[in-house]
Design a protein around this ligand. Structure first.
Ligand code: DC
Length: 236
């Protein structure tokens, strides 16, 4: 589909956990030859560091200080994003349930978000990136050419998450409760709460296959790649 390879777009995919963002973002990025950057992995890496250093998830100043002293790297690979924390590979560990909750908790703090948003902008500024998260279309790249808000019925999202994670030994009930708790916090926090950007295309994936969602997003991208599509974002 990339008939117009010279334009390098920023594609923002936001939505709650379990809506299918990661799968769609990585498949789309592979097709376009773009980088796929999971912003949530950065919050997870910082949360892990807080866990390891016994820093309270409520201590904004200490968390911000920790962030400034951290090197968090997201390396896109064919098999997904590799997450490096101060040079250490923490890709698997950051997916554990305790780190998921901690990531949601550290992400409520404005000073933490400010640091994250600045890093994420550095990563995506030259385009050619599919970035997924909660605030990419609203805050990190409000001028992204393509903005998708991917949602799904909570019960379906819980089922998907249970299928992915239950093999790790967690119970279905605890996974569902964890997802509900995180959802509530991510949607109700004062700073950059999870919500669709006013110009995002909302896709409800409840009754759609992965391929159907991907085709819908691809159609949005194709439209923006037309030679006569008006540029939305300032170059560079
Ligand atoms: O996408 P994820 O489930 O890996 O994200 C983990 C947590 O990080 C999520 O519960 C809220 C936070 N997060 C955020 O606040 N903003 C983002 N852009 C991405 C994630």
């Amino acid at each position: 589909m990339s008939d117009y390879p010279t334009r390098k777009l920023i594609i923002a995919i936001d939505g709650p956990a379990g809506a299918g963002k990661s799968t769609i973002a990585s498949r789309l990025a592979r097709k376009l030859g773009y980088q796929n950057l999971e912003s949530g992995a950065m919050y997870r890496a910082l949360a892990l560091k807080a866990v390891e250093n016994d820093i309270s998830f409520d201590d904004e100043a200490a968390l911000s200080d920790l962030a400034h002293k951290s090197r968090i790297k997201i390396e896109p690979t064919l098999g997904g994003n590799r997450v490096l924390l101060d040079g250490r590979d923490v890709t698997q560990r950051v997916r554990d349930a305790d780190v998921s909750q901690a990531a949601s908790r550290v992400s409520v703090h404005p000073q933490v978000r400010e640091w994250m948003v600045a890093r994420q902008r550095e990563l995506g500024t030259s385009g050619g990136v599919v970035m997924e998260g909660r605030d990419i279309g609203t805050k990190v790249f409000p001028d992204a050419e393509v903005k998708v808000f991917l949602d799904a019925d909570p019960v379906i999202r819980e089922q998907r998450r249970i299928q992915q994670q239950v093999s790790k030994g967690a119970s279905a009930e605890s996974l569902a409760a964890e997802l509900r708790e995180r959802d509530r916090r991510d949607r109700t926090r004062a700073n950059s709460p999870l919500a669709p950007a006013h110009d995002a295309t909302v896709i409800d994936s409840t009754a759609l296959t992965e391929d159907e969602v991907l085709r819908t997003v691809e159609a949005l991208v194709e439209k923006k790649l037309q030679p006569n599509a008006p540029p939305k974002r300032n170059a560079g």
